[in-house]
Design a protein around this ligand. Sequence first.
Ligand code: 6PG
Length: 625
Amino acid sequence: MYNVIFIMGVSGCGKSTIGQLVSERLKIPFFDGDDFHPQSNVDKMSNGIALNDEDRYGWLVTLNKLANANLEMNSCVIVCSALKQSYRDILSTDIQNQVKWIHLAGSFDQIVERINKRENHYMHSSLLQSQFDILEEPQNALEIDITLKPEEIVAIITANIEMKSEFGLFGLGVMGKSLSRNLAQKGFTISIFNREVSGIEEDVAVNFKNNHKELATAKAFSDIEAFVNSLQTPRKIMLMVNAGKTTDSVIEDLIPFLSEGDVLIDGGNSNYLHTKERYEYLKAKKIHFIGVGVSGGEEGALKGPSIMPGGNKEVYNLVQPYLEKIAANDAKGLPCCTYVGEEGSGHFVKMVHNGIEYVEMQLLAEVYSILKNMEKTPDEIAAILESWQPYCNSYLLEITIAILRKKEGEDWLVNKIVDKAGNKGTGNWTTIATAQLGMPGTLIATALFARFTSFYKEERIEANINFRKEDSKLELSIQEVQEAYQFARIVNHYQGFKLITEAGKAYKWHLNLSEIARIWTNGCIIRSDFMVELISILKEEDTIIKHKSIVDQLKILKPSIKKVVANCILNEIAAPCLTDSVSFLNGYATANSSANIIQAQRDYFGAHTYQRTDDATGKFYHTNW
Ligand code: 6PG
């Protein structure tokens, strides 16, 4: 994929010659910007009058249209002085990410000397000086010294444009491999890297490349310097390595070979606070850092994940075409990738995604447990869940149905899986974040603690003997279980989005909740029909539990959740998230709660003071109890 190549520099820097040579070499059309001036500009210039910004505006817009039109077909080389950033902004409107800037740079004296050598080329030195005066050095341009020979300049440009990969993928674990294939399938030229660990990880990148035909043009490396040098500048390198210390050490390994303006994209499940720290650390080195949440597991990464990027918006623009192209599409065909906000907001949102995911998984596990206690086999439970799909379908519901149907010999595989649930830490962080932000993310904590409880297997076996249960006598209909499940899911999504809202306020991120719901409608683990509903609800109301349609739904579902939870408690069946969902709503919907007692207790033993219901000023009182 070629970009539109803009070759810029002051008059006399040789841009037309170089532009023509590059166009011949790359076999793409060449346009000299000067040929597109309106007659009024030509007249002014031939009278030795310098153009002003107003004269230039229409001309620059024309060149931008020319670039856009050529981009649709293939690409082109356009030469234009483009001395000011504002001119370059007009030239690259709507195509910022597909434009490659080449700056032919030389000193005033060098240019004067070159001009004087040329026949039929005269330029008054004051006119040239005025160009140097307004020249704003471009950032992110490939700067080339005009004293090099034309063929050397062309070689540098073509090596940078033609031979080097557009995008680098560092780390070929499960997700890194899938994302590499996805990028290559979308037509991007990529370089891939995996470390070499003798006897453990050998020739990973090369073998992986050789095993997948879409990677034929990819470049495979186990040497960091060679990998970095194989990339076009500014380099765009996506890190798909373990979150935590590994991410930091990989960044340290890369830094010596990176250049100013390069972009590192952390696609791991990194802690959002670390993302902010890394962003600041790299900023001091003039290296950009984007923290990107990626959801969808191995298959999603290959076929289209949901992508949640956070960081500086302008830097995001540099990587946007890649991320949007590899992302899943929503029902309207839009990419499930959107700029989330500043700093670690992308990773924060991914973390909350995982918190919601933990609860959704736990709720299905609780439903399974209830139906199992109603003496249903895994196949029967799968059939029941299947019958729920028209009302509350989700990816997690779908996979749970498939899981329940999987047999090994005569028995179902689920019956053979040890009931100890693992975790990699994101649910932990979400729970910590709810506490830090003072937000009652009760379900997320409950789902996390349910996993921790599951890990006490030996103690559970002992407790099971000590507190032996009576046989269950659940008096529930399947519809009541389904409605209880739907009730709890609504509370889960309320809490998840509320947590995002609170973080947005606390960190001053400008988050668009409806857009976040939209990018969660496909590609990610928590995609569901309800998430699609939330796109429009969140346009009207951040606190979804206040939205009329949600209030109406919860009212209809409430009798079932009360009955299901009551039955679980009476029958000693653990259903912590279902139970918590209704307890939470009971507390949330209590206008006059028992927190007055807490305040009185605090004041009694610690003189912490309290506010009074009969004093609207909010003044704090202390009583000598
Ligand atoms: C996703 C998943 C993914 C991964 C989690 C699982 O969105 O694709 O959330 O990120 O499966 O790391 O986390 P636990 O191991 O903590 O369950």
